[in-house]
Design a protein around this ligand. Structure first.
Ligand code: CTP
Length: 407
């Protein structure tokens, strides 16, 4: 599950015996590709050292509003900005969460950096309670849990077992592995493209002239690959049909189908179209292919060589003809009368959305890492976007699709 990959996690550690387990927890989260920053209370330092957590998280550990003053330096202590820390986080995980800290959270107390981060956090907050059985069962703890639930905080339930006091019951912090899978399942559940199947075409196609030569184009596949990765990280099941491209996928959850020619791309797209919810055709498909493919390498015999070309099948148009409930997205690469041509394509190919690139725009085009797009919708709305990295562009396109398909 790649759902934690690249996530910014602020881990709050409070002073309970289970704090020693946070060393494993940080390691697991980092292994999953998350960026972890730790904020801990002073009493947590009795159970696990900031050095351990800083080493494992590869980040500075925060515990007070200012850095400690270094006797050997003239540098003034630095202010640890809790608002910045809380804004950095995709989510705040408090583990272990003691009865004391939970009660302060429920009542808006703010006498340490961790609580200030909690009060500043706009992101989801998860907490893993850790306390003794009697404390866990106390009516005031029950009240606290209810209050935190009403704030939208998510509890990772404590486990049943032997507690540090020798009592047996509920109160033990969930094991680090359980916390990680709880987070993964919860995040997965909330992904906006969960349960959706998305078909994407990307890259160029190569049309053979003879066994060693072909007609191709400069498409790198970057835009389509970025959409595939972004869609998978939003929970979609993605099939990426790619023409020849040197790119590698970072996300293991994309099913990659490699093809070479327009004909192969056509067949693969038709194989997967029926079951998909959304199809995004970003490939730069050759419009023509040599009518005959020479079986041997063509020798340099004459001054002129005339190649006869035949039109390839238009994959996008063919899907537009047979589509049922699928949301069909095409790309238009234009050099003149951009908007008008794109609108015509949208209509002619029976699309729900067309993504217009103009080769006249700086920062747009085939090999670049950036793109400048204009989305044109079925009801002729024109939505221009500024130049952005292709990964961001991918998110913009998907955001619009999510908005439309959930509407
Ligand atoms: N497309 C396709 N199959 C083709 C040609 C194009 O699926 N044989 C798709 C592209 O993936 C893109 C859209 O059609 O989503 C528009 O491609 P573009 O080359 O801009 O338009 P064409 O329809 O080929 O028209 P023209 O080249 O005349 O502009």
């Amino acid at each position: 599950m790649a759902v934690l990959n690249g996530k910014n996690i602020l881990l709050g550690v409070t002073g309970g015996i289970a704090a020693y387990k946070t060393a494993f927890l940080v390691r697991l989260l980092v292994k999953k590709g998350a960026n972890v920053k730790v904020v801990m209370t002073n009493s947590a330092k009795e159970f696990v050292t900031p050095l351990t957590l800083a080493t494992l998280s590869k980040n500075e550990v925060f515990s007070s509003f200012t850095d400690e003053k270094d006797e050997n330096s003239f540098k003034e202590p630095q202010w640890n900005n809790h608002v910045e820390l809380a804004l950095w986080a995709d989510f705040f995980l408090i583990a272990p969460a003691t009865a004391n800290t939970l009660s302060k959270m429920a009542n808006g107390a703010c006498d340490n950096l961790l609580l200030a981060c909690y009060l500043s956090a706009k992101c989801p907050v998860y907490y893993a309670p850790a306390m003794d059985l009697d404390m866990y069962q106390h009516p005031s703890t029950e009240e606290t849990f209810k209050k935190l639930e009403s704030f939208g905080n998510i509890q990772i339930p404590a486990a049943f077992g032997e507690l540090a006091s020798g009592l047996v019951g509920q109160g033990r912090m969930a094991e680090p592995e359980e916390i990680v899978s709880f987070l993964e399942n919860d995040l997965l559940k909330k992904l906006p493209l969960r349960g959706k199947q998305i078909l994407i075409t990307a890259g160029p196609t190569y049309e053979a002239i003879d066994p060693v030569r072909f007609i191709g184009n400069h498409s790198s596949g970057k835009m389509g690959y970025a959409i595939a990765e972004a869609a998978a990280s939003l929970g979609a099941e993605v099939v990426l049909i790619s023409g020849p491209s040197a790119l590698r996928l970072e996300n293991d959850f994309v099913k990659l189908i490699r093809v070479t020619s327009a004909e192969e791309m056509y067949n693969a797209a038709h194989e997967y179209f029926d079951t998909c919810d959304v199809a995004i055709l970003s490939a730069a498909v050759a419009d023509y292919r040599p009518s005959e493919v020479a079986s041997e390498k063509i020798k340099k015999k004459t001054d002129d060589l005339i190649l006869q070309l035949t039109k390839t099948k238009d994959i996008l148009a063919s899907l537009g003809e047979i589509k049922k409930s699928q949301f069909l997205v095409g790309f238009a690469l234009e050099t003149e009368n951009e908007e008008e041509n794109a609108k015509l394509k949208l209509k002619k190919k029976n699309l729900d959305l067309i993504v217009l690139n103009s080769l006249r725009d700086k920062g747009a085009g085939f090999q670049a890492d950036t793109n400048k797009i204009t989305l044109i919708t079925k009801d002729n709305k024109v939505l221009p976007f500024p130049v952005k990295p292709k990964k961001e562009v991918a998110k913009d396109i998907l955001e619009y699709i999510i908005e439309q398909t959930n509407a």
